[in-house]
Design a protein around this ligand. Structure first.
Ligand SMILES: C[S@@+](CC[C@H](N)C(=O)[O-])C[C@H]1O[C@@H](n2cnc3c(N)ncnc32)[C@H](O)[C@@H]1O
Length: 214
């Protein structure tokens, strides 16, 4: 994603009431950052410009939502979009996904969303894929016992790699489609910016929902 540099981005994020900077201060108590702390916590990894979160937090007010993003420019756009909704169940975390286990406690997350993550196609970069075993072990640790994970991608290679990694690393499959927009899951799907871009070119969207095996 190429966005023009915003010289005010850092300042906006540092001072915005909906944004937390990577911190372990709320580890285990993220829900208390929301007006309804009893609601389950859903986390999108790599929120980008934030369309999904703004729409999902409106569609599911009975859930709390956090978007994680490390790059300032898209995050500012996401935060402004989220602010417009006036939803109280929506926050943003300015951090690197690599720090996930420092920021969240065991069992704290109801659902992770991986939306159009970088496929890192070169074999030597496989460890950077967000469905590499080291990441899957972290998600397992942080997910609530009834929690799950949803992945959407336009990359067939990332999709097939992810299916293999889920199988090999103790996840069970709840749903999947190689053409989400023409599947039985289409009606409940909330699109992201990247998803709309790829779908408008006629590309299929790959989808899978998994949960850790008990
Ligand atoms: C391809 S974009 C997808 C954005 C959005 N999810 C969508 O579907 O439209 C991936 C996003 O993940 C963010 N990202 C990649 N690696 C990250 C990391 N290690 N920590 C936090 N954000 C990351 C990027 O900055 C980028 O905004």
């Amino acid at each position: 994603m190429r966005l023009r540099r915003n010289p005010h981005a850092k300042e906006i994020l540092m001072n915005h009431p909906l944004v937390d900077v990577a911190t372990n201060h709320h580890k285990g108590s993220w829900k208390s950052r929301f007006s309804n702390p009893h609601n389950p916590l859903n986390v999108e990894l790599g929120t980008g410009k934030g369309q999904f979160l703004a729409k999902a937090s409106s569609a599911y007010p009975e859930m709390n939502w956090i978007g994680i993003e490390k790059i300032e420019e898209p995050l500012v756009k996401a935060v402004l979009k989220g602010t417009e909704t006036e939803n109280e169940n929506l926050r943003y975390l300015w951090m690197d996904i690599l720090e996930l286990t420092e920021v969240f406690a065991e069992g704290e997350v109801n659902r992770f969303y991986l939306h159009f993550s970088d496929p890192w196609p070169k074999a030597r970069h496989a460890k950077r894929r967000l469905t590499a075993p080291s990441f899957l072990n972290q998600y397992k640790q942080l997910l609530h016992p009834d929690g799950d994970l949803i992945l959407k991608t336009d990359s067939l290679s990332l999709y097939e790699y992810s299916l293999e990694m889920f199988t090999d690393n103790g996840f069970e499959f709840l749903a999947s489609s190689r053409d989400l927009h023409h599947s039985i899951y289409a009606s409940e799907n909330i699109t992201t910016e990247y998803e709309e871009k790829f779908a408008s070119r006629g590309n299929p969207i790959y989808y899978v929902k998994v949960k850790p095996c008990k």
